[in-house]
Design a protein around this ligand. Structure first.
Ligand code: SF4
Length: 109
């Protein structure tokens, strides 16, 4: 058996900490939504492998929508999913401003 890598150790810690409620299928999305930006692992936390808005993929606190860290995990996950749905399919661009305009219910009402 090979030794664990630093990557696998960080992934395991974040999965246990912020991803537990996401289960086997969605733990990465839940960790992507982690609001604990002062955690030393935040910049290197595992992110969802696809459909991630650029303001989250940048791993930069300043790129997050202003209210993002005040959201519940469920609200943050809904915000991420809604932002991806709003992305311009031609340019694949998005912005924190457009993400902030998404209603709390993810626009499903
Ligand atoms: S980055 Fe978030 S999920 Fe990962 S260990 Fe820190 S607080 Fe937990």
């Amino acid at each position: 058996m090979s030794a664990p890598t630093l990557r696998s150790c960080v992934d395991a810690k974040c999965r246990e900490c912020g991803g537990a409620d996401g289960g086997a299928r969605f733990w990465r999305v839940h960790v992507s939504a982690c609001p604990v930006t002062d955690c030393p692992l935040w910049p290197v936390r595992p992110l969802a492998r696809r459909n991630l808005p650029p303001w989250l993929a940048s791993r930069t606190v300043g790129d997050l929508p202003a209210d993002f860290c005040a959201l519940t995990t469920e609200e943050a996950v809904a915000r991420i999913r809604s932002a991806v749905a709003l992305m311009d399919t031609e340019t694949a661009t998005n912005s924190a401003a457009s993400a902030s305009s998404v209603p709390m219910d993810g626009g499903r009402a």
